[in-house]
Write a protein that binds this ligand. Structure first.
Ligand code: DQA
Length: 147
């Protein structure tokens, strides 16, 4: 059976895209971002499913519930990336190949954004490439899932 089911998980404040600083996050609304990612997934032969929440516990529980439903994860947890050890542990429990994505160039912003508590569990991290970063992430995940 092909492994092609990718869960796209967005965390806190990502639903507010379109209202956030376009210099960092671009001009797309969140709906437009999700549509673009779905198109990219189709082009790559991947099935994408989407989840967004502003509640850390829901994000954690969604990771708990992925067993049997997804083959890989693309996640952008927003600010939780930088401090949520709860999400780190839930990602470890999910035990699926995961790619971390950030729209903005987190390495070249405030120092606190340079820390990621999930990157050790991810096969790759993509940041600073805007929406195109999701294509890079999907391609990397597809390569991993085809092994
Ligand atoms: C973000 C970067 C985070 O530092 C920030 O808190 C976000 C979005 C990004 O996509 O660039 O909310 O993850």
């Amino acid at each position: 059976m092909p492994r092609n089911r990718v869960e796209i998980m967005h965390g806190v404040n990502l639903d507010q895209l379109g209202r956030r600083n376009p210099e960092h996050y671009g001009g797309l609304t969140f709906d437009q971002l999700e549509q673009r990612i779905a198109e990219m997934g189709r082009e790559l032969g991947l099935t994408t499913r989407f989840f967004q929440t502003n509640h850390e516990g829901r994000f954690v529980e969604h990771l708990h519930d992925l067993e049997g439903l997804a083959d890989g994860i693309v996640l952008n947890p927003g600010a939780w990336t930088h401090y949520s050890w709860a999400i780190h542990d839930a990602l470890e429990i999910a035990a699926l190949p995961a790619v971390e994505v950030h729209l903005s160039d987190v390495a070249n912003r405030e120092p606190w954004r340079r820390v990621s508590v999930i990157s050790d569990l991810c096969i790759a991290t993509v940041s600073g490439q805007g929406v195109d970063g999701y294509r890079v992430a999907l391609e990397r995940l597809r390569e991993e899932l085809s092994r």
